[in-house]
Design a protein around this ligand. Sequence first.
Ligand SMILES: [Zn+2]
Ligand SMILES: [Zn+2]
Length: 96
Amino acid sequence: MLAHAASCRNHPEREALGICIECRTRVCAECVTKVEGINYCVACLGKLAIAGERHDATVAAPSPPWLAWVSASAWFLLAALLAWGLVEVAMPGSGW
Ligand SMILES: [Zn+2]
Ligand SMILES: [Zn+2]
């Protein structure tokens, strides 16, 4: 076997299929991970994941105000339906 000019850093016997965009390391299909169409090696993906978690933590906001409103409306609707159901049970076909 000829020594591959482009072999995986972790698997010298395997052909590299991608290059990590971060560290320019050649990686095989097993070692490469595509994130939004961009190749990352395992090491850089780990860094990316950590950075992503930090990013999410800062972005994550408390429940938006509309959520509370929707929730309240849903409960009101449920209560109304429940009340309607009780009326139906209490007075089945009561003259109207
Ligand atoms: Zn990398
Ligand atoms: Zn590999």
